[in-house]
Design a protein around this ligand. Structure first.
Ligand code: FES
Length: 591
């Protein structure tokens, strides 16, 4: 097999000439023949001044390069797209697939024997994992790591759970402009990713759980020296991966995805992670079965006490032993024989985990934060292909609720009317947002956290049942049903809802129902006019709207995944007879 500079030669019809030319040009950067004979480790550079979550990427790359060279390899960094949540119009989700394509093709185009992926903000690690799932090179992931916290009036702040909470208080008139400005200056006090269990933290945790990064990678704070040492070790490890594996195809197995889904429940992770995992798994020929994921959630309790479901932050999870300590608690429910980039099996990695006495952040399976997994999958005539709710961070009394629908037809309609004094809305109503799915918006924005109408917020209402075909930030909370599939813009039943209809949410029975007679629904469907596909768009937008898949298929492009997926995850494994796991299952009403 060709390696190093001989790999993937540019096509001139003369391989020796291609190598001659390649070396002539690369020597312009000062490389010696000795350096150019070494195994090459590519390092993705996702630094951007538009991406504060990646502010430490240059230092991480410097440390990674040191590790590669100490192990006898040649590090070569190369740029890829960088995505930050607040600097991605229309949404970062719209651009995730573009970043995945970019990363995949640049890994393929350049002579890299292994790749180190440095990423962190919500969509970056998913895009990078989608890329390596397709390319199948030896790969190792270095998350940029979570921010540290700061306080306001003695209360600890977390981006972005408290961004939303304080904004809601400001909207309700509870705090003034001066206070909200102070909070604004303190929510993101250091470089790094959001420090609650939002999407970035969730993806970093499941990446480590799948074995694609070294132990500690998910939780070491972005600005700790420990993270630079992790980067150095990852660089050195990448050189070993070239020689002896495992490759990403060995690591990204159905068993590894099952482990990831188990961890997603146990950490109280983000609903977005389900979409990303579905997309990554599909590229490896593995299908994530939504009902299987839901069944898994009846056996796996939430163990990690982090916002938005709990009270602590990522720095505290790290001090409590990091993800490895969570995995130790989950051992009976995990596949322990899967390989990891460390060269050890997951079971061996867990065996070396640190035990921190009297820590308050990670609970035992028989003393959980929440008795079942964080996320439930709903079905019903409103969501024939599924919807999700993060019930671990919802209001318990609203989990069994029937209310009158108040419908918003689009994001523009929502912005126009949600705070209108004349809006006919009551606290028991169900707020409905549609045409905010993968195609409808397009890009499936994180608009599912529909704001409480100002006039209700000012009366002290802080949660309502809200349903949509949109997503929600992993840092958000509330009784919010998301990812309704099929979305309204492709004719899903959500398109048929009218203001005044009754909607039933019954999370215990996993039900989302529109209480309207079948004949009436058929009549409405006969009259339904779907938004016309915009035939005038060109470029990436055209590619996106024509090829993006629905949420239950991971919102990847249809041409990136096989028509049929031979393997299915999750397969619930381990000792389900384990007493602790059984107690948790009993508490969730499922033996
Ligand atoms: Fe980047 Fe939250 S905005 S992780």
């Amino acid at each position: 097999m060709t390696t190093g500079m001989r790999r993937g030669l540019t096509s001139y019809g003369d391989a020796e000439f291609s190598l001659f030319l390649r070396k002539a040009f690369v020597k312009a950067m000062g490389y010696s023949d000795d350096a150019l004979e070494r195994p090459i480790v590519g390092i993705t550079n996702t630094y951007s001044e538009f991406n504060p979550c990646h502010a430490t990427v240059p230092q991480l790359i410097a440390a990674t390069k040191r590790g590669v060279m100490l192990a006898g390899g040649l590090p070569m960094e190369f740029p890829t797209i960088s995505l930050h949540e607040s600097f991605a119009y229309p949404t970062s989700m719209y651009l995730r697939n573009l970043m995945a394509l970019d990363t995949e093709e640049m890994i393929r185009a350049q002579p890299v024997d292994a790749v180190v992926l440095v990423g962190g903000c919500d969509k970056t690690l998913p895009a990078q994992l989608m890329a390596v799932a397709s390319v199948n090179v030896p790969a190792i992931v270095i998350p940029t790591g979570p921010m540290l916290t700061r306080t306001h009036q003695g209360e600890r702040l977390g981006a972005c759970t408290d961004c939303r909470r304080y904004w809601a208080r400001f909207r309700a008139g509870e705090i003034d402009q001066h206070a909200i400005d102070q909070v604004n200056a303190r929510l993101a006090p250091t470089a790094g990713t959001c420090m609650v269990m939002g999407t970035a933290s969730t993806i970093a945790c499941i990446t480590e759980a799948m074995g694609m990064s070294l132990p500690g990678a998910a939780t070491i704070p972005a600005v700790h020296a420990e993270r630079l040492r992790l980067a150095e070790a990852s660089g050195a490890r990448a050189v070993t991966l070239i020689r002896s594996g495992p490759r990403s195809e060995d690591i990204l197995s159905a068993k590894a995805f099952t482990n990831a889904l188990t961890v997603l429940h146990a950490i109280g992770g983000s609903t977005n992670a389900l979409i990303h995992l579905t997309a990554i798994a599909a590229r490896r020929g593995v299908r994530i079965d939504l009902d299987g994921f839901d069944a898994l959630g009846r056996k796996v309790p939430v163990l990690v006490d982090l916002k938005p479901s709990g009270q602590h932050y990522m720095e505290h999870l790290h001090e409590a032993g990091g993800l490895n300590a969570v995995l130790r608690e989950l051992r009976p429910l995990l596949h322990l024989d899967v390989p990891t980039v460390s060269g050890e099996t997951l079971g061996e990695v867990i065996a070396a985990s640190e035990i921190v006495p009297a820590q308050q952040v990670i609970r035992a399976v028989d003393d959980p934060i929440y008795p079942c997994g964080a996320i439930a999958v709903l079905r019903g005539n409103l969501a024939p292909a599924g919807a999700v709710i993060k019930h671990a961070s919802a209001t318990p009394r609203l989990l069994d609720h029937t209310g009158r629908a108040v419908v918003f037809d689009s994001l523009d309609d929502l912005a126009l009317r949600i705070d209108a004094p004349e809006l006919d809305v009551a606290p028991d109503d169900v707020l409905v947002l549609r045409n905010a799915g993968p195609r409808g918006a397009p890009g499936m924005p994180e608009a599912g956290y529909i704001p409480i109408p100002k006039k209700l917020a000012r009366q002290g209402v802080n949660d309502m049942v809200r349903i949509s075909d949109a997503r929600m930030s992993g840092t958000a909370f509330g009784t919010i049903v998301l990812h309704i599939t099929p979305e309204a813009a492709v004719g899903g039943p959500l398109a048929l809802v009218q203001t005044g209809d009754r909607i039933r949410l019954d999370v215990n029975n996993r039900l989302l129902e529109l209480c309207v007679a079948v004949d009436d629904l058929e009549e409405r469907r006969a009259r339904l006019t779907l938004p016309r596909p915009d035939t005038h768009v060109s470029g990436y937008r055209r590619l996106y709207v024509q090829h993006v898949l629905q949420a239950d298929a991971g919102c990847d492009f249809d041409f990136m995944v096989p028509d049929t997926l031979p393997e299915t995850a999750p397969v619930v494994v381990g000792s389900t007879a384990d007493r602790s796991a059984r107690r948790a299952a009993d508490a969730c009403g499922d033996g």
